[in-house]
Design a protein around this ligand. Structure first.
Ligand code: ZN
Length: 340
């Protein structure tokens, strides 16, 4: 019986030494020291032994059990330490490894062009004004000299929400709102933003696009101020050598009204495909604020005058960066966006 117990002890101690996890150690403990383990079994069979043998075998059995217990505990301390070391090694940070490159995005081309236009006009003392895209008929049309039955409304067919509320067709309602809020005081604002029209989408039209408009109201504001301002803008936007040309036009909210052309920046006026062989490219509409518009906004039109201009940001971006289809701006293809 002694040999049997010593064999069990050696077997158990070998397993303890081989164990490399807490679970394996626990398995050894249950197997050899548990209630159904071999040592317990040996002790149970002691009834068959003689009175002289019993204490001797009991002592050996207890000694074997004690050794296994002690070894298990010591090994457990080591295994815990090893597990901790392994975990720390796994979680260690190697500061010499190269970093993972981050994908850094950039502003959309339309935003870049908007920023560029804003910078130029802020340099001329303008402030940026914004307004709602869901607008009242009052501000979108009526206060801009476009009463309900005006035929020019047809050119700006819109998305109506109710008879009186629509998606704004231009950024001009921001001008109307600003004029009304300024209580007769001078204004110099730039209004960029999204506008909506019920247009068929094609290479140059989109049902949603971006506009930027400018408005100056004050004493003695003249057509010369308008021309000087637009010339300064065009030279900064398209190059020092650019010139502008004003052609008579019609807008309900300005009188007189003009279309503004810039001398072609590709051919310098000789004629090319961009300027359609004319040497000039139409870029914006402008004019002197109609006295009736000033009066609706509670200005005294005998003392105050003003000019306004507006342009499509997509068109400016297409011209300046050679984009051939307006739909590129909205298809969210990063291969397009990343080029600018
Ligand atoms: Zn040209």
């Amino acid at each position: 019986m002694r040999e049997q117990l010593e064999a069990l002890r050696d077997e158990a101690l070998q397993l303890v030494n081989q164990a490399s996890t807490q679970k394996e150690l626990n398995d050894v403990r249950i197997k050899y020291l548990g209630k159904k383990g071999p040592i317990t079994e040996v002790l149970r069979g002691m009834g068959k032994l003689s009175a002289e043998e019993r204490p001797v075998v009991g002592e050996i059995a207890n000694a074997v059990r004690g050794v296994i217990q002690t070894e298990l505990e010591q090994r457990l301390v080591d295994v815990k330490q090893q597990e901790m070391d392994a975990k720390l090694a796994l979680e260690a940070i190697d500061v010499t490894l190269p970093g993972r490159p981050k994908q850094v995005g950039q502003a959309h081309l339309l935003q870049q062009v908007t920023d560029e236009i804003e910078d130029i006009f802020m340099g001329l003392g303008y402030t940026i004004a914004e307004g709602p895209e869901v607008e009242q008929d009052l501000f979108n049309f009526e206060m801009l000299n476009l009463p309900k039955d005006h035929p020019a409304r047809d050119m700006q067919d819109s998305f109506y929400i109710t008879d009186e509320i629509l998606m704004r067709t231009h950024t001009s309602p921001v001008q109307a709102r600003t004029m009304l809020a300024s209580k007769g005081e001078p204004i110099r604002i730039l209004c960029p933003g999204k506008v909506y029209r019920r247009d068929e989408d094609d290479a140059t039209h989109s049902h949603q696009f971006m506009q930027v408009e400018g408005l100056v109201v004050g004493e003695d504001i003249s057509m010369a101020d308008l021309k000087g301002t637009l010339e300064a803008f065009v030279k900064q936007m398209f190059g020092e050598a650019r010139e502008i040309r004003l052609r008579p036009s019609f807008f309900p909210f300005t009188e007189p009204s003009v279309e503004v052309d810039v001398s072609c920046f590709k051919c310098g006026g000789k004629g090319c495909n961009i300027c359609k062989q004319t040497g000039w490219i139409e870029i914006l509409g402008a004019g002197m604020v109609h006295p009736h518009v000033l009066e609706m906004a509670e200005y005294d039109s005998t003392k105050m005058s003003g000019f306004a201009f507006g342009m499509g940001i997509e068109r400016i971006a297409m011209l300046k960066y050679g984009v051939d289809d307006i739909r590129h701006f909205y298809t969210n293809d990063v291969r397009f966006s990343e080029q600018f």
